[in-house]
Design a protein. Structure first.
Length: 73
C-alpha cells in the first residue's frame, strides 16, 4: 500500500516536545491510528458475535469443555 498525506491538528506543546525529542510524528500517529482501528474492529466483532459467544460460554458452563477428558494438563 502507498502512503497518503493527511492534515492533523495537535497541541502545539505536544508538537514542540516531539520535535525536540526527534520523534517521527507521522509514524507515531500512523501506529496509534492503526492500533485504534484494530481495537475498534475487535470491539465491533465481539458486539456482532455476542450471542454466539454467550451461547458457547453457556454450553461450556453446562457441559464442560469439548474434549476435556483428553487434556493432559
Amino acid at each position: 500500500m502507498g502512503r497518503v498525506k493527511v492534515n492533523l491538528t495537535i497541541d502545539s506543546a505536544v508538537s514542540e516536545e516531539a520535535r525536540a525529542l526527534g520523534l517521527n510524528m507521522s509514524r507515531l500517529a500512523e501506529e496509534a491510528i492503526a492500533a485504534a482501528a484494530r481495537a475498534e474492529r475487535n470491539r465491533l466483532w465481539r458486539e456482532e458475535n455476542r450471542a454466539a459467544i454467550e451461547a458457547y460460554a453457556d454450553e461450556v458452563g453446562t457441559a464442560g469443555l469439548p474434549l476435556a477428558r483428553y487434556r493432559s494438563f
